[in-house]
Design a protein around this ligand. Structure first.
Ligand code: MLT
Length: 233
């Protein structure tokens, strides 16, 4: 029977094997929600980048460049990391480079997996369906915030686990994530508003982002990491 594990922050990835596994990266507020929305809006690709310096270099190649640090847009970039600001007329048929505090770093660390999927609440059921029809050992990677576990990523991992069929729970973090989701599933938004990052973001007038990222199954897409860029499966 295939197994399911949850890694609660990308800094803990060294404790897990991810080679040849299904890997799902989650950063609900906001990197994976943003990446999903960019591709849902018709962009050709999204390149996750480690540093803001590297990301800015892509501008010369015609990329839209996006960067966030401490929840805010980095000066000089076209956009920060706000999914509610993504508009089809701006992103359709474009290539995008993005560097965020945790989410893009988490994605880059999963190279060597069988497949790395990009998940948020927005494409929850599409990810669950993939995992139930392509059964193999699976690792859910919560990005977290600067080494700390966060509520929204763990809750989203629990939502994925709740939809899986015939997977063996391989770590206590699976039980923790599932219990957190079971407690919150009837009102994801109000639970998310209690999170430290939601409080950090609300200070920068990002209430719209928190509401946007709490919506379930608005985007039936399956973004995955194809070499060094994220495209739709
Ligand atoms: C992250 O990468 O940690 C988040 O996406 C940060 C944010 O967008 O506020």
């Amino acid at each position: 029977m295939s197994s399911i594990e949850v890694c609660l922050t990308h800094q803990q990835l060294n404790n897990y094997h991810h080679k040849d596994k299904n890997v799902v990266v989650i950063d609900v507020l906001r990197a994976t929600s943003t990446i999903n929305t960019i591709l849902f809006s018709g962009a050709k690709s999204v390149k996750p980048i480690e540093s803001i310096e590297e990301c800015m270099k892509l501008k010369g190649d015609g990329y839209i460049v996006m960067a966030e640090r401490m929840g805010k847009k980095v000066e000089g970039f076209d956009f920060g990391n706000s999914p509610s600001k993504i508009k089809r007329e701006l992103f359709e048929d474009r290539n995008v480079g993005i560097a965020t505090s945790n989410g893009t770093k988490a994605i880059l660390k999963t190279k060597g997996s069988k497949i790395t999927l990009i998940s948020s609440f927005l494409n929850l059921s599409t990810v669950i369906e993939y995992l139930n029809t392509n059964k193999r050992d699976t690792l859910l990677v919560c990005s977290g915030w600067k080494g700390s576990t966060n509520l929204e990523d763990t809750m989203c991992a629990g939502a994925i686990i709740a939809g899986l069929e015939n997977y063996e729970y391989k770590s206590d973090t699976v039980i923790i994530a599932k219990k957190l989701y079971d407690e919150s599933k009837n009102n994801i938004l109000s639970s998310m508003k209690k999170s430290s990052h939601a409080k950090r973001l609300s200070g920068y007038d990002n209430i719209k982002d928190i509401e946007f990222c709490s919506e379930i199954d608005k985007q039936e897409i399956l973004p995955y990491l194809d070499d060094d860029q994220i495209v739709l499966l």
